[in-house]
Design a protein around this ligand. Structure first.
Ligand code: SF4
Length: 175
């Protein structure tokens, strides 16, 4: 099994500190959780005003705040599929939901070094979602597709993927 702190939490926090993710202040977690996790992976916590992306953070927070329902639905979906035995499991669901609100591929918005690492994260933290994505759909699209299927109206304009004009956006390679 992967060491979740080395494989997932460290790159997420390191990328956030370098301004290379779409996460809001404190990774979208409480201040305490952010400090605890950062120290757990051996990094020094950075005050929000000292982050390179500080100027963008308030706008990011505002945009996420305007999509509060969507964030709640994503968090609920992820929590339903969470392996709660994993360390900081609930926090991972929150961080991933916040990253899903970004505008790039999910692995980039989360701060993962490459897409396969994100797939491993899903395998370890959200095993049933990982198993459901058996056609290797882009992860962010896959999450929104799940929301569509449970009654939301986020990505799907067609009843079937085979006839959908957005096929490439959902299943194309994530560079
Ligand atoms: S290809 Fe079309 S129908 Fe399939 S998940 Fe994407 S948007 Fe929805």
């Amino acid at each position: 099994m992967n060491d979740v702190f080395t494989h997932y939490w460290y790159p997420i926090i390191a990328a956030f500190h370098q301004g290379k993710s779409a996460l809001p202040a404190h990774l979208g977690l409480s201040c305490d959780d952010y400090y605890q996790l950062t120290e757990r992976v051996g990094l020094l916590p950075i005050a929000t005003h000292a982050l390179p992306q500080y100027a963008a953070l308030s706008l990011r927070q505002e945009l996420i705040g305007m999509r509060d329902d969507e964030l709640g639905e994503l968090t609920q979906l992820l929590t339903e599929h969470l392996d709660t035995r994993k360390p900081y499991a609930e926090q991972m669901a929150q961080v991933l939901a916040n990253a899903s609100m970004g505008s790039q591929h999910l692995w980039r918005d989360l701060g993962m070094p490459e897409r396969p690492r994100l797939s491993q994260l899903f395998h370890d933290y959200f095993p049933t979602l990982h198993a459901l994505n058996n056609h290797n759909m882009r992860w962010k699209r896959f999450l929104y597709r799940q929301l569509c299927e449970s009654g939301g109206d986020y990505v799907c304009r067609s009843p079937s993927c085979e006839t959908c004009t957005s096929y490439e956006e959902c299943f194309g390679e994530e560079r």
